[in-house]
Design a protein around this ligand. Structure first.
Ligand code: NAD
Ligand code: DAU
Length: 388
């Protein structure tokens, strides 16, 4: 066992630092042992998911003096393979649990005495929200309020050096016409059950800041892409289908626009906001990189033809226009001037390079892809695309 209390043999949980005391009754010195060993104790929720796993990796490696607790319910979108490379690090702990369960959170906050929360856990797929809105209310709204309560109760008005950082989306701002950009002052206008649930959670975070003084910050980011994204979202789904030479289901006329950002640049932005952002503020994060879906799909097809040694243009033949997504937002585009000017952040990876790296990752990680597309995924795929 190492100095920090991790059991290297089992390597999934910290050893009990409670010295035999029941939960919630540990003496002051035991509770604060972790405080001596680590400068900060940071809870990252949703750290086994796509973006969360990149944030966990960045924080665990860059801040060995922070204890990073990854809390994830391991839903269909959560996968511990995503963080396998950091699981043996002495400052990393995984806790399986559900943010919908308030009592569980109370005990967890008591156990680790967190200084900060970076909240990414969510139901994140728009199409699923159309099928089952309530699941999005339960996790994204109630789960967020449960976390806010747990933080508020632990920190009990002593807000010094505490932070609740809520990760949100540009979808809360609704849909743009041909011109214009979302700024931090754009009025909320969500259209899907997913974006409505994220908007509600943002409002709750702001209300806890304004009502109780809870130190919080929110960032709203555009579409992410990169390794480890579950293949229900456009880019990984289409990479997998191109590989398998399956139809590429393009919603509507394909003239919808998204602003794409490489996931590692999002994680870098989160790091900057966590350390230098002002509490009570909102920061928009975007890629300065707009594509219509159809242009992006053409690019994807062409890069993959080249990488797979297929005749030029052959993957484009897989494109199939299908019934549109209801309430489909026409265009998202972020004005990221504030984070650029105030914190000096800008994307570091250009789109073609990011896309190429992403495709390589999926082609090289066949096992990962096979594991997540077996079983339940086939059922989901048939239900989502069968009748389109
Ligand atoms: P994801 O679906 O890949 O991961 C979500 C993670 O949350 C999974 O690991 C899942 O197991 C976990 N989770 C779900 N319900 C839970 C619960 N009740 N309790 C505990 N854990 C639970 O999502 P993502 O794409 O990585 O998105 C992460 C966050 O970033 C979300 O809040 C999302 O709204 C936001 N966001 C995503 C994007 C994007 O393009 N993907 C862009 C902007 C903002
Ligand atoms: O903007 C940020 C948001 O981006 C995040 O908050 C969400 O969590 C994330 O899922 C993403 O939402 P989108 O709905 O924009 O992403 P998705 O990959 O589902 O779709 C991207 C575009 O591609 C959208 O216009 C719908 C279209 N599409 C998607 C799928 C899955 C298709 O044409 N066919 C498809 O099969």
């Amino acid at each position: 066992m190492c100095f920090c209390g991790r059991d290297y043999e089992r390597n999934t949980r910290p050893v009990d630092l409670g010295g035999g005391f029941a939960e919630g009754t540990r003496p002051y010195y035991v509770k604060n042992l972790l405080k001596i060993m680590f400068k900060k104790s940071v809870l990252i929720t949703g750290g086994a998911g796509f973006i969360g796993s990149h944030v966990v990796r960045l924080f665990v490696n860059k801040y060995p003096d922070y204890q990073i607790v990854n809390l994830d319910a391991l839903t269909y979108a959560g996968n511990l393979e995503n963080v396998k490379d950091v699981e043996k690090q002495p400052n990393y702990v995984f806790e399986k649990g559900d943010i919908r369960v308030a009592d569980f959170l109370k005990n967890l906050f008591e156990k680790y005495n967190f200084d900060a929360v970076i909240h990414l856990a969510a139901e994140s797929h728009v199409d699923r929200s159309i099928e089952n809105p309530l699941a999005f209310v339960e996790t994204n709204v109630i789960g967020t309020v449960n976390l806010l309560n747990a933080a508020k109760n632990l920190w009990k008005n002593d807000w010094r050096d505490k932070l609740f950082y809520h990760i949100s989306t540009d979808e809360v701002y609704g849909s743009l016409g041909k011109t214009g950009l979302f700024t931090e002052n754009t009025a909320y206008d969500p259209h899907s059950p997913y974006s409505a649930s994220k908007a509600a959670s943002d409002h709750f975070v702001r209300s806890y800041h304004d009502t109780y003084g809870l130190p919080s910050v929110i960032s709203n980011c555009s579409n992410n892409y990169g390794p480890n994204q579950f293949p229900e979202k456009l880019i990984p789904l289409f990479i997998n289908n191109i590989k398998l030479q399956k139809p590429l289901p393009v919603y509507g006329d394909g003239q919808y626009t998204r602003d794409w950002l490489f996931v590692i640049d999002h994680a870098r932005a989160i790091d900057m906001i966590f350390h230098q952002g002002k509490t009570g503020e909102t920061y928009n994060i975007g890629g300065f990189n707009e594509y219509t879906n159809i242009d992006l799909i053409h690019l994807l097809c062409d890069i993959m033809d080249e990488k797979l040694g297929r005749p030029k243009g052959s993957s484009r033949n897989l494109i199939t226009f299908v019934k549109d997504r209801p309430g489909h937002d026409k265009r998202y585009a972020i004005d990221a001037t504030k984070i650029n000017k105030e914190l000096g952040w800008k994307p570091s990876v250009n789109f073609e390079e990011g896309l190429s790296k992403t495709i390589d990752w999926y082609l090289e990680n066949e096992e990962w892809l096979k594991n997540v597309t077996s079983g339940e995924y086939q059922k989901y795929y048939d239900e989502m695309y069968g009748g389109r």
